[in-house]
Design a protein around this ligand. Structure first.
Ligand code: HEC
Ligand code: HEC
Ligand code: HEC
Length: 425
């Protein structure tokens, strides 16, 4: 999953080479002068309430998602992020003086989050989402620093980033930053209320939702003019979560609060790359902050959720009798129900499920091919595992099944081809 999630950094590598020349000429060696590897160990002591606030903000910003290796200590780093040109490792950000941030001042920390610059003056790669964190307030960054600095120091050595020449030249990012490191926040909806303002900050800055949900341009930059309109991360896509996109799939503010707070909503459950976002980050948001996120995503005046579009009678009759329905009854109905109603708290409903209502069929196809492992949700809720059906369905059968589901319960065109299935195997 991690590999899939981070494949997009391949683009970033391309960015490095494209702008390296410009960068070198423009900025010369300005930031490389001070070799700041030594220095004294920082003693950071902050009031308990600042540390508690920092913990909350670090969760909202999901630092732990990347800065922990699978099975490794939280914040001790090591998560490999694959790119087309090599591997970038998230670093140890516990306060260990040699391997972590033990010698970092609050100022050093701020420069990493705000400018994408390491303590030694070298450029970070935007695999660290500083283009989103750029909008963070200094007060919030300092609170996160206060929290991080009182974590248990972990002696876990950083792994060297293994990028091939010329992508290993960090200086190339200077030019990229010049072009793509912005101070303004996008506005995905219309609003001005305090909740909308807060939601805009939570979504764009702390939650860095756009890092997955915003399309990326040719050199890996987030296309802010198309903020949150959805992007294929590989085999799966982070859907369009603009007001129009969400409303077209039946999302309401209440649905979004349930989905982001508990991972389960009438519109569907969180799976794939979105599941950890909820478990590590959004579930911890206060009720007021969850409401603010929903307010920003839908706007101060939310569009009415689209009713499920009526199915063309001829198409529905063909679908009902076709191979798709047969596969559904044989393989899926035992769990999802003959009428697609699911089983409360055990199996999600297919009827009006947001994954079936996506114009892009890839998440539906990948879910049925791969299955979904048993997942825990907040408040001790859990969903049973869904098996994968890649060996039980031919390309043609899987396409017919996807078309049946899309036309019957998703209000989408039955336009999935066997070739589209084959491409996702
Ligand atoms: C999407 C993944 C991701 C998230 C989320 C993330 N980071 Fe990072 N971070 C990275 C990667 C990857 C690097 C190393 C980049 C490089 O080598 O250029 C990094 C580097 C850093 C560095 C520089 C450390 C060093 O040793 O030079 C700091 C400090 C840092 N991150 C702090 C944070 C904090 C604080 C948060 C949460 C507010 C956070 N990161 C969230 C991926 C992430
Ligand atoms: C053993 C029970 C079981 C069977 C059989 C099953 N599913 Fe599922 N399915 C689930 C569960 C449980 C989830 C929710 C998983 C989660 O989010 O953790 C799910 C989720 C999904 C999703 C993602 C939607 C969402 O909101 O989570 C799709 C799409 C889906 N199933 C389609 C199918 C299709 C098509 C078939 C038949 C080929 C099928 N399922 C067979 C149990 C099952
Ligand atoms: C690591 C990439 C990633 C990040 C970061 C991320 N998402 Fe997602 N998101 C996904 C993927 C992939 C899906 C599709 C899986 C699913 O529907 O459960 C998704 C699904 C969703 C959905 C359900 C859409 C639908 O119609 O089913 C919502 C709502 C959502 N994300 C909101 C957010 C918000 C808000 C944030 C920031 C707090 C966020 N996401 C951050 C990858 C991401």
């Amino acid at each position: 999953m991690i590999l899939r999630r981070l494949g997009r950094w391949a683009f970033i590598g391309a960015a490095v080479i494209l702008v390296a020349g410009v960068a070198a000429a423009t900025f010369a060696m300005k930031n490389l002068l001070s070799g700041k590897t030594g220095g004294s160990v920082e003693v950071a002591s902050a009031p308990a309430e600042v540390v508690a606030r920092g913990k909350y903000l670090a969760e909202a910003a999901d630092c732990v998602a990347c800065h922990s290796a699978p099975g490794g200590a939280p914040f001790a780093g090591g998560l490999p992020m694959q790119t087309g040109f090599g591997t970038i490792y998230a670093t140890n950000i516990t306060p260990d003086p040699d391997d972590g941030l033990g010698r970092w001042s609050a100022e050093d920390f701020w420069r990493a989050l705000h400018d994408g610059i390491r303590r030694d003056g070298q450029q970070l790669y935007p695999a660290m989402p500083y283009t989103s964190y750029r909008g963070m307030t200094r007060t919030d960054a300092d609170a996160i620093y206060a929290y991080i600095m009182q974590l248990r120091p972990m002696k876990v050595a950083n792994r060297r980033t293994e990028l091939n020449f010329p992508f290993n030249i960090r200086l190339g990012m200077l030019g990229w930053n010049l072009l793509f490191l912005h101070d303004s926040l996008p506005a995905v909806s219309a609003g001005s209320s305090p909740a909308w303002q807060r939601g805009r900050y939570l979504v764009n800055v702390l939650g860095h939702c756009g890092e997955c949900h915003t399309p990326r341009g040719v050199v890996g930059e987030m296309e802010l003019a198309r903020s949150l309109t959805g992007f294929a991360l590989g085999r799966v896509a982070a859907p369009d979560i603009t007001p129009a996109g969400l409303a077209s799939r039946g999302w309401t503010a209440a649905g979004l609060r349930a989905y982001l707070g508990r991972g389960l909503a009438r519109q569907g459950s969180a799976f794939g790359d979105m599941h950890p976002v909820i478990m590590l980050s959004t579930r911890n948001l206060t009720a007021a902050d969850l409401a603010a996120v929903a307010t920003y995503l839908l706007g101060d005046n939310p569009p009415p959720p689209a009713p499920q579009p009526a199915v063309e009678p001829a198409e529905s009759a063909a679908a009902a009798n076709g191979a798709g329905r047969m596969s559904y009854v044989a393989l899926c109905a035992g769990c999802h129900g003959l009428d697609g109603d699911g089983v409360p708290n055990t199996v999600v409903a297919m009827r009006a499920n947001s994954t079936l209502r996506l114009a892009d069929p890839r998440n539906l196809i990948v879910a049925m091919l791969d299955g979904i492992g048993a997942e825990n949700f907040p408040h001790r809720a859990s969903m049973q595992a869904m098996p994968g059906f890649s060996d039980k369905l031919s390309d043609a059968e899987a396409a017919a099944l996807a078309n049946y589901l899309r036309a019957t319960w998703g209000g989408q065109k039955a336009d999935v081809t066997p070739a589209a299935v084959r491409a996702l195997r």
